[in-house]
Design a protein around this ligand. Structure first.
Ligand SMILES: N[C@@H](CCC(=O)N[C@@H](CS)C(=O)NCC(=O)O)C(=O)O
Ligand SMILES: *[C@@H]1O[C@H](CO)[C@@H](O)[C@H](O)[C@H]1NC(C)=O
Length: 224
C-alpha cells in the first residue's frame, strides 16, 4: 500500500498469494485471462491488516481486498463473481453459457460457503494456521469437523457420480472456489482421506487441481 505507483486500471489485490482467500481471487483472474493485476502483500505477522490504513479498505481486518479503479471490494467470493461479470467475454466461461447454468453455479457456490467451508475451514485452521501462530491443535475439533466434512462430501459423491463438475458438464466458479481449502487439507495438512476415499470426489479434485490456472496459483503460493 501507499508508496507504490501503479497505473489506474491495474487491479490491486491487497493480500497474500499463499492465503486461501487470496488464491480464490487469483485463480479466477487467471481463468479469466486477466493479466493486469498485482498482489500487494499484507504483512499479517506485523498486523498490517489491523492498522487504520488497511481497515479503511477492509473494515473487518482480513485479506483480501481489491482496488479496481474507483471500486474497493472485499470478500473473496464477491470479488470472484465481480471478475466473472466484468470479464464475461474472455477466458473460461466460469458461469457456463445459460441462465440455468448460472443458477446451478450460484447454487453450488452457496453450498461451498454454507456447507463445505465451515468444517474444512475449521479443520485447516486447527491443523495448519494454528501452528503458524504457535497454538496447539485441538484434535477433537479436527475429528468432529472432518467427520462433518465427510458427510457433506458424501452428498458431493452422489452428485459427482452423475455430473462431471458441480454445476454440470463444465468447470465453473463453483468448482474453483473449493480449490484453496482442499489444497490446504490434502497437501499441507495431509489429511485428505475424506477426499481420496471417495471415488468421484477424488476424480473431481484431481481434475480441477490439475488445471494450468491452479498450477500457476501454486507457483505463486510457493514464491510468497
Ligand atoms: N470471507 C472472507 C474471509 C477472509 C479471511 O478470513 N482472510 C484470512 C486469510 S484467508 C485473514 O485475513 N486472516 C487474518 C486474520 O484473521 O487475522 C473472504 O473470503 O475474503
Ligand atoms: C467443529 O469445530 C468447532 C470449533 O470451531 C466446534 O465447536 C464444533 O463442535 C466442531 N464440530 C462440528 C461437527 O462442527
Amino acid at each position: 500500500m501507499g508508496d507504490v505507483q501503479i497505473k489506474v486500471m491495474t487491479i490491486i489485490i491487497h493480500g497474500l498469494a499463499a492465503s486461501t482467500c487470496t488464491s480464490r481471487v487469483v485463480a479466477t483472474l487467471i481463468e479469466k485471462e486477466v493479466v493486469d493485476y498485482v498482489i500487494e502483500p499484507v504483512d499479517l505477522v506485523s498486523g498490517a491488516h489491523k492498522k487504520p490504513e488497511y481497515l479503511a479498505l477492509q473494515p473487518f481486518g482480513v485479506i483480501p481486498v481489491i482496488q479496481d479503479g474507483d471500486l474497493t471490494l472485499f470478500e473473496s467470493r464477491a470479488i470472484a463473481r465481480y471478475i466473472c461479470d466484468k470479464y464475461a467475454n474472455q477466458g473460461t466461461a466460469l458461469y457456463g453459457s445459460s441462465l440455468t447454468d448460472r443458477a446451478k453455479v450460484e447454487q453450488w457456490l452457496e453450498v461451498e460457503s454454507q456447507n463445505f467451508h465451515l468444517p474444512i475451514g475449521t479443520a485447516v485452521f486447527e491443523l495448519v494456521f494454528k501452528g503458524y501462530r504457535g497454538l496447539t491443535t485441538d484434535d477433537s475439533v479436527v475429528e468432529a469437523n472432518l467427520s462433518k466434512l465427510s458427510s457433506v462430501l458424501d452428498i458431493y459423491e452422489v452428485h459427482l457420480s452423475k455430473n462431471k463438475y458441480l454445476a454440470g458438464d463444465f468447470f465453473s466458479l463453483a468448482d474453483l472456489s473449493h480449490l484453496p481449502y482442499l489444497h490446504y487439507l490434502i497437501h499441507v495438512a495431509k489429511k485428505g482421506d475424506v477426499v481420496t476415499s471417495k471415488k468421484h470426489v477424488n476424480a473431481w479434485w484431481e481434475d480441477i487441481s490439475s488445471r494450468p490456472s491452479w498450477k500457476k496459483v501454486l507457483e505463486l503460493m510457493a514464491g510468497n
